[in-house]
Write a protein that binds this ligand. Structure first.
Ligand code: HEC
Length: 255
């Protein structure tokens, strides 16, 4: 007897010692377990597809898209927010070492290193080990990345001003008004349009003046004394002018 005869040498448990030729199974071994593709199988597929399609249709009807007002490219005060899966990148750009003069670090270098590393991982880490505990570097970087993404996403949700975001996107009523009227000219002269917009639609944290719910007295009070984040003493004209301005603004109701 020769040495090693009848013995099988198996190096890797995932590689079978004897390769079987690629011959498809003979399904006549499974009587009753096969079915015709057309129409039996396809009909089942379509039925499952229809359930999902109708499910999604019901969902879109029950939860309509949260639309905001029409996008205004001149509104520089608008603070956009990316979808949730980009929030961590968005949050990264808020840190002083990754924004302003260092914008390239936050926008390209840090994400580039992270995603580049992920892309190159199969070429860098070529060890045969599969268990996470035996691959400390790969596991470590992965946990670090997960922790960073979770933390940054959490921070961006926690620090976002959701109240202001809701106000800035609000759909405001279209109200016709005359830009030649004395009331409008007074708004212009007193610098109100800088915040409330030439179309009086507001923008950013500043509310629209059209479609308001105010009386003329409310407007007089706000124009003189301010309110919330609107500074006091904006109006610098005479009492008669204030009256005209207040009547004008309070007339800008949506019907
Ligand atoms: C510096 C920006 C700024 C300027 C300039 C400004 N406002 Fe405002 N205005 C605001 C902000 C912000 C608010 C929201 C205040 C709050 O927090 O309630 C506001 C609110 C108002 C409101 C209440 C709107 C509502 O529907 O509740 C009126 C009316 C108003 N402003 C009139 C004026 C008039 C009149 C002038 C000019 C004399 C003027 N504003 C100038 C920022 C400004």
């Amino acid at each position: 007897m020769h040495r090693g005869k009848g013995m099988k040498f198996v190096g890797d448990s995932r590689v079978p010692a004897e390769r079987k030729p690629n011959i498809p199974k003979d399904y006549s071994e499974f009587p009753g377990k096969t079915e015709a593709f057309w129409p039996n199988f396809l009909l089942k597929e379509w039925m499952v597809g229809a359930v999902f399609l109708i499910g999604y249709l019901c969902l879109t009807i029950a939860h309509p898209s949260p639309l905001e007002k029409m996008a205004d490219p001149t509104d520089t005060a608008y603070i956009p927010l990316p979808d949730w899966y980009f929030l961590f990148l968005y949050q990264l750009l808020k840190y002083s070492y990754a924004s302003g003069p260092y914008n390239a670090i936050g926008a390209f270098i840090i994400p580039g290193l992270a995603f580049g590393g992920l892309l190159l991982a199969p070429f860098i880490d070529r060890g045969p080990e599969r268990r996470p505990s035996k691959r400390p570097l790969a596991t470590g970087f992965m946990l670090l990345a997960l922790a960073a993404i979770t933390f940054l996403t959490w921070e961006s949700v926690a620090t976002h001003d959701w109240e202001a975001a809701k106000a800035q996107g609000q759909i405001v009523a279209e109200v016709e008004f005359d830009q030649e009227s004395d009331g409008y000219k007074l708004l212009d002269q007193n610098g109100c349009l800088a915040c409330h917009g030439g179309d009086l639609q507001g923008g950013g944290p500043n509310p629209a003046l059209v479609g308001n719910e105010l009386t003329a007295d409310d407007v007089k009070d706000i124009a003189k004394n301010g309110r919330g984040s609107m500074p006091a003493g904006m109006f610098k004209g005479t009492d008669e002018e204030l009256e005209v301005l207040a009547e004008f603004v309070s007339s800008l109701k949506s019907e």
